[in-house]
Write a protein of this length. Sequence first.
Length: 147
Amino acid sequence: MTRDMVFAILKTAGVTRAEVNFEGGNDEGTIESIVLHKKDGTQTTIDYSYSHSNPLHEQLSQPVWDKYGSFAGDFDVHGVVTWNVETGAISISGEESTRRGESFDEEVDQFDLTDADNLLKALDEAKKLKLDGQDLINHINKAKGAR
């Protein structure tokens, strides 16, 4: 089906504008809906998940697949493809965002060593008592409860 054929079908159906809403990124993407705006001011929303086998719907969404393919990459996008029947123009618009990792390196001035101190004390005591296995675990748990 050619571009002109798609516009002819839309015009014959009384559609002035078709909007294909989509979103995706990170290896996943989908057509959310197709909205057909008619001359009489009404609109019809088509849930694309139930209509992707329709050749017209496939052609209306083709600009999304041409631009984003499998939506592979570290980005998120949501947008709309607009088929303007009156002007014969097709446009795609929306928002894309990219995830960028930022490195950091900071010095830790102070932190609470209370648990570490209690654990070291409990281990020292366990060594003195020559505890191992479950006795060692019980001794450490008892020390934790005493704080």
